[in-house]
Design a protein around this ligand. Structure first.
Ligand SMILES: Cc1ncc(COP(=O)(O)O)c(C=O)c1O
Length: 414
């Protein structure tokens, strides 16, 4: 019998009440409302925050994982591996790749063959392998800031140069600057594109037209395209995730990075994949991966990921419904914030808040938020263009979300 637990928020931000209880296996709002106790598990989001700020009243709305239990099927799969009692070297099998292919066909209508999948521990590992495999030291790699901070490090720490093509924020929505991107490819300033789709932290879902234009640029200049699709599942209707694999031909120099980690809240298990239809690209990726001694084969991670990809669709559907409502609650609430604009969330559970009109320096803004007992991500984590912004993680029970909104009011409504 799967046992979940309940927690409720007790007005004061410091009081979290935790109760064990049996759980009915329907993934409705009541299920997600219960959340899960993570304090004391060394969760970066919770215990890392306490360690950093020493404030037990603080509400964690930063690190991109969720305060929900992972699906029961994953818990059962991990428990089965735990029951083995010994965890020696473990095969990565065809079944692991098959589970991924089945999921992508079912959820995104994307055809992937098992031999097109290369396993890797984290998506960021796959990103670094891709950059190193497909470019030369000193080459430029194009990114579109503000973007997930490790994009910068993946490029720089690989001995390559970051070439920024900032997105344009127009009428409250971000757009790619294709003219600028093309200039940077045409001049050979950049010899690869590292792209985030859907986009963290801007919450954009790229349309088929935008993805096609991006692919056309990659083809025109022979520039490899590395597409991080870790947030693919968190796309809200009417938008639809258009994977680069839906558009690319087998000979395109395209790599798609994906994982079950964000979707099913198993990021700590560290299992992801690099997918390419192009055999030459795959050979280069495999060589680079093997040269670095990067291996997968953690029995817990593989079992969890197989279960995620095969047995958790109902949980995921329930989660998405819950997140849509969380998003709507924030958007509605934010109408009372006259100087803070919440960018429309087309995808991800990470909201991007434009606080520039508050007239505070970034340090003042962050301090005010910490003083209000809320921990969000500093916009500068996403590059210099994140100055004046913060990122709010809404992947949490509603009681926690509402408590966080009350904290934000103290800073945004004064
Ligand atoms: C766009 C993007 N890529 C990669 C990651 C990290 O993935 P992993 O933990 O598998 O390296 C994140 C985490 O927030 C992310 O937002």
């Amino acid at each position: 019998m799967y046992t979940a637990a309940a927690w409720t928020h007790n007005e004061s931000a410091s009081e979290y009440i935790w109760k064990g209880m049996n759980h009915m296996e329907t993934f409705d709002a009541a299920y997600f409302d219960r959340g899960i106790e993570r304090r004391g598990t060394n969760a970066v989001k919770w215990d890392g925050m306490y360690r950093q700020h020493g404030d037990k009243d603080m509400i964690p709305m930063w690190v991109a994982d969720m305060d929900f239990p992972s699906p029961p099927a994953i818990q059962a799969a991990v428990a089965r591996v735990a029951a083995q009692g010994t965890w020696g070297y473990t095969l990565v099998t065809e079944e692991d790749a098959k589970a991924l292919c089945g999921f992508w066909k079912r959820r995104h209508n994307v055809e992937i063959e098992t031999d097109q999948v290369l396993m890797s521990p984290c998506v960021v590992t796959g990103m670094r392998i891709s950059v190193q495999a497909l470019t030369m030291p000193g080459d430029g790699v194009l990114i579109n800031p503000p973007v997930y901070g490790p994009f910068y490090q993946a490029v720089r720490e690989s001995g390559r140069q970051v070439i920024e093509s900032p997105m344009i924020l127009e009428e409250g929505r971000y757009h790619l600057n294709f003219t600028d991107m093309e200039e940077k490819l045409a001049s050979h300033a950049a010899s690869a594109i590292l792209f985030c789709s859907p986009h963290n932290p801007c919450g954009r879902v790229w349309t088929e037209a935008e993805m096609s234009e991006l692919l056309a640029l990659s083809r025109k200049y022979g520039t490899p395209l590395i597409c991080d699709e870790i947030h693919a599942e968190f796309v809200y209707a009417p938008a639809r995730h258009v994977s680069i694999l839906e558009l690319a031909d087998p000979m395109d120099a395209v790599v798609m990075l994906c994982a079950a980690s964000k979707t099913f809240n198993v990021a700590g298990l560290q299992q992801s994949a690099m997918v390419s239809r192009n055999p030459q690209i795959r050979r280069r990726l495999a060589t680079c991966r093997d040269r670095a001694g990067v291996v997968t084969g953690n029995p817990f991670s593989l079992a969890a990921t197989r279960a995620a990809y095969t047995d958790c669709d109902a949980w995921l559907d329930g989660l998405l419904q819950y997140l849509v409502e969380n998003k709507d609650i924030v958007m509605e609430h934010a109408r009372s914030w006259k100087q803070v604009r919440v960018l429309p969330l087309e995808a991800t559970y990470l909201m991007w808040l434009d606080c520039r009109e508050l007239g505070l320096s970034q340090e003042e803004l962050l301090k005010a938020l910490l003083d209000a007992h809320i921990c969000v991500n500093d916009g500068r984590f996403f590059g210099p263009l994140g100055e004046g912004f913060v990122r709010l993680n809404i992947g949490c029970p509603r009681a926690q979300l509402r408590a966080a909104l009350a904290c934000l009011d103290k800073v945004f409504c004064r």
